[in-house]
Design a protein around this ligand. Sequence first.
Ligand SMILES: [Zn+2]
Length: 119
Amino acid sequence: MNDSLPPCPECSSEYTYEMGALLVCPECAHEWSASADTDTGADTGADAVVKDAVGNVLADGDTVTVVKDLKIKGSSTVIKVGTKVRGIRLVNGVGDHDIDCKVDGVGPMQLKSSVVKKI
Ligand SMILES: [Zn+2]
């Protein structure tokens, strides 16, 4: 039996349970994807708040600007410093990428919160 579900990322409740592909917290009604696996050892809790390059707390739907040129892997495209990105979505992305967004003229991608600044 493997009953060790991760605690709730919102309120740290241990009484989480599985509902299909989601984990559900009975205490704050938070639902999230269980696919992130159980490597919650190192920085649990730090994930709850995503901050930009200067420490502003980011939220879904925020508009940000890119604070440095970003080369896109596998292409010659560069997202220039100052590029405005509207309607970001906070995600638990690949590596340190914690913002899901669509960049005008480039397309959908994931960014690191450390390279953007909230407007
Ligand atoms: Zn909770």
